[in-house]
Design a protein around this ligand. Structure first.
Ligand code: FE2
Ligand code: FE2
Length: 171
């Protein structure tokens, strides 16, 4: 039987991953509306990945015999003034998620829930990648210094990102 405090925190993380997915979908819509289809593609894939993260937690809670609470998701931001503002918000959001995962890990340790610690290892590693990718993208957008030709080059490159699904049996 899973510890109820850890279960509550897992359900809260489930909600955060869902929110992340909707936030990135909102950013994808913003980029599409601004004819930046590469950035939009990158965000759409990001949104799918976040939904996968949510589903990993969903499946894990069920595996442990816990109750999944499908939450109400707050409406994400949908207005930004520049590409850089969106990408900076993305990097900041990933840092927020990392902190949340780390807190969850600490809580699981505190309650000697080693199975949950083990499950969260994948997320800890994933967040290193997420922060690396988003901070690098932020740095590259900053380097463009609003030069439209350089932005166009990055946009073209981001069109090639492909989605790789992940499920609980793979982690
Ligand atoms: Fe995530
Ligand atoms: Fe993420």
């Amino acid at each position: 039987m899973i510890n109820q405090i850890v279960l509550k925190a897992l359900n809260e993380q489930f909600e955060k991953e869902f929110y992340s997915s909707n936030l990135y979908l909102s950013m994808a819509a913003y980029f599409s509306a601004n004819s930046l289809n590469g950035f939009a593609n990158w965000m759409r894939i990001q949104a799918k990945e976040e939904m996968d993260h949510a589903m990993l937690i969903f499946d894990y809670i069920l595996q442990r015999g816990g109750e999944v609470i499908v939450p109400k998701i707050n409406e994400p931001e949908h207005k930004w003034d520049s590409i850089l503002e969106v990408i900076t918000a993305t990097y900041k959001h990933e840092q927020f998620v990392t902190e949340s995962i780390h807190n969850l890990y600490s809580l699981a340790t505190e309650h000697k829930d080693f199975a949950t610690c083990n499950f969260l290892q994948w997320f800890i590693k994933e967040q290193v990648e997420e922060e690396e990718n988003t901070s690098e993208l932020e740095a590259r957008v900053k380097l463009c210094d609003n030069n439209k030709s350089y932005i166009f080059l990055i946009d073209t490159e981001l069109k090639s990102r492909v989605y790789t699904p992940v499920s609980i049996n793979q982690i």
